[in-house]
Ligand binder design. Structure first.
Ligand code: HEM
Length: 145
């Protein structure tokens, strides 16, 4: 197996773990509100997220590193940056991923400094899920367009 195929498999696994986690929070876990009171739901979620904060940064890191490695095959000084639709869609994919990464770094900093994050972060996982779906579509469309 060559380096690119290896990076692709790592990238795919990381994306599945990362988007899967966000998907559970946005789509599955809200069911807790039906069976438990608000305080208990917050305790359950806090317990799940304390594990998430340990595991997810690693998934995001491998996602970015494997993505960056593959990125350099399509966008580099000899091939140029915006000369083809593949490159443009890949740059859009990269920019959307960086929005997610900035949000993660921001919320980790808030957690470390024990500061309340901005109100927009209340729906952060919903935005991440929407961005993630667009990113996945871009990842496939960029090779067809
Ligand atoms: C939330 C972040 C991201 C998600 C959910 C994501 C998801 C995906 C998915 C599902 C694929 C298709 C893999 C396949 O066809 O088997 C893919 C491909 C790709 N991604 Fe990402 N990605 C993310 C971030 C990034 C970043 C930051 C970069 C660049 C620095 C990147 C570069 C690439 C490249 C170059 C491919 C094409 C691989 C190929 O099919 O040969 N990705 N990504």
């Amino acid at each position: 197996m060559d380096g690119y195929s290896f990076a692709l498999i790592i990238h795919l696994f990381s994306a599945v773990f990362f988007i899967g986690f966000v998907f559970s929070d946005v789509v599955i876990l809200p069911v807790l509100n039906k069976d438990f009171d608000l305080k208990t739901v917050q305790q359950i979620k806090e317990s799940i997220f304390s594990r998430g904060r340990k595991v997810m940064p690693l998934a995001v890191l491998t996602l970015i590193l494997s993505g960056g490695f593959m990125f350099s095959k399509y966008i580099n000084t000899s091939l140029g940056f915006t000369g083809s639709s593949l490159q443009i869609l890949l740059l859009i994919k990269f920019a959307l991923a960086m929005i997610i990464v900035s949000g993660i770094i921001y919320s980790l900093i808030c957690k470390i400094r024990k500061k309340q994050p901005h109100n927009v972060m209340k729906k952060f996982h919903t935005y991440v899920l929407i961005l993630g779906i667009i990113i996945i579509i871009l990842a496939k469309v960029m090779f067809i367009a």
